[in-house]
Write a protein that binds this ligand. Structure first.
Ligand code: P6P
Length: 356
């Protein structure tokens, strides 16, 4: 299929919604199955993977929703994860449930998680040879759990590069974000919503607890070209490079609102719906940026691009074109409404002390 045909198709509403009455309940399962024929590698494996992630999300949601009532708040006994981040108990729980659900179905051959140093090879189920790998941040923004602020799960799915007869390798995971075959997030907020893309637009499904199903609630999401909000940790302002400070001053001069939740999934979800820009530039503590390329920046960048937005790093490289050199590599990021990302790019080109 030519790239122009693919691009043209990628802007078409998802075939799974064509012919559906706007007010009819469409569950995530039904949507995924209807959409399966859209997908180049429609073998049912990807369908199975997305459904496994949906099941894990319901299980995690149950615990997140009652976290205040059971002794699952606070820092895990282990203290820190492999990346040195403080590990919250719900992080550990979410990580275990996602791995469990993905291992049970055998739809993927290997997993990488923010909570684990190395990749986890998944034993074949019924000697099935899976062609997919899954990466995730099981509970992003988990430092907010104890104060009842929204948190999220972020996932990315790739086809493996190595031969299906053997175990997955690190090279299977060190692929640029443009090679993702699917990406998404689950936002455990005032309601629980699962948003995903397989490269044919972005759709959101809100969990209806009365029937235990994710139901289509945000068809073919499109990000506003411009926005009135910028999202950055203003506390680091004095430590940002000149070009970032100049852009933030510009946002303030334009009377843009500052919205920063400290939970990236929440900030990106708001930007997908209302428009805006999210920035995590270089800081003294994180000179290469704080956010992880493989399981935070890449999946969210695929979603935002599929919804018509843009995502670059502060060296003006498209996030999805960055070739990772290690599993937990970090990146700076500017992501959101295309007109706002373009405006930031102009500030970086104008004020950056370093050659861009
Ligand atoms: P800071 C949460 O820890 C996270 O990974 C993202 O969800 C969030 O956007 C960012 O870090 C917040 O980082 O340095 O502003 O507290």
């Amino acid at each position: 299929m030519s790239s122009s045909t693919k691009k043209a198709q990628s802007n078409q509403p998802h075939a799974a919604t064509i012919g559906l009455a706007a007010n009819r309940i469409v569950t995530l399962d039904e949507f995924i199955i209807r959409a399966e024929k859209d997908f180049e590698y429609a073998t049912g494996e990807l369908t199975g993977l997305l459904r496994d992630i949906g099941v894990a999300a319901k299980i995690i949601n149950r615990e997140v929703n009652k976290a205040g009532l059971v002794n699952i708040l606070g820092v895990a006994d282990s203290g820190e994860n492999e990346s040195g981040d403080t590990q919250q108990k719900l992080d550990v729980y979410a990580n275990e449930k996602l791995i469990e659900c993905l291992q049970n179905s055998g739809e993927c051959c290997a997993i990488a998680s923010e909570e684990n140093t190395d990749i986890i090879n998944v034993p074949a189920v019924n000697s099935k040879k899976s062609h997919y790998i899954v990466m995730f941040d099981p509970l992003d923004g988990s430092s907010n759990i104890d104060v009842n602020v929204s948190v999220g799960t972020i996932f990315a799915i790739y086809r493996r590069k190595s031969d299906a007869s053997g175990p997955a390798t690190l090279e299977d995971f060190l692929q640029e974000g443009a090679k993702q075959v699917a990406a998404g997030y689950v936002l455990y907020g005032t309601s629980t919503i699962l948003v995903y893309t397989t490269g044919r637009g972005v759709n959101g499904f809100t969990l209806d607890p009365s029937i235990g199903e994710f139901c289509l609630s945000h068809r073919n999401m499109r990000i506003p070209v411009n926005g009135q909000f910028y999202s950055v940790n203003q506390g680091y302002y004095s430590k940002f490079d000149l070009e970032m400070r100049r852009y933030i001053d510009h946002c303030s001069d334009q009377n843009y609102g500052l919205r920063y939740i400290g939970s990236m999934v929440s900030d990106i979800h708001r930007i997908l719906i209302h428009g805006g820009i999210f920035l995590y530039p270089s800081t003294r503590k994180y000179p290469k940026g704080k956010l992880r390329l493989l399981y935070e920046c890449n999946p969210l960048s695929m979603l935002v691009e599929q919804a018509g937005g843009k995502a670059i790093n502060t060296q003006l490289k498209r996030i999805l074109d960055i070739v990772p050199n290690e599993l937990h590599v970090r990146s700076t990021i500017a992501i959101g409404s295309p007109a706002m990302v373009d405006e930031l790019q102009a500030f970086i080109e104008r004020y950056s002390a370093l050659p861009i």
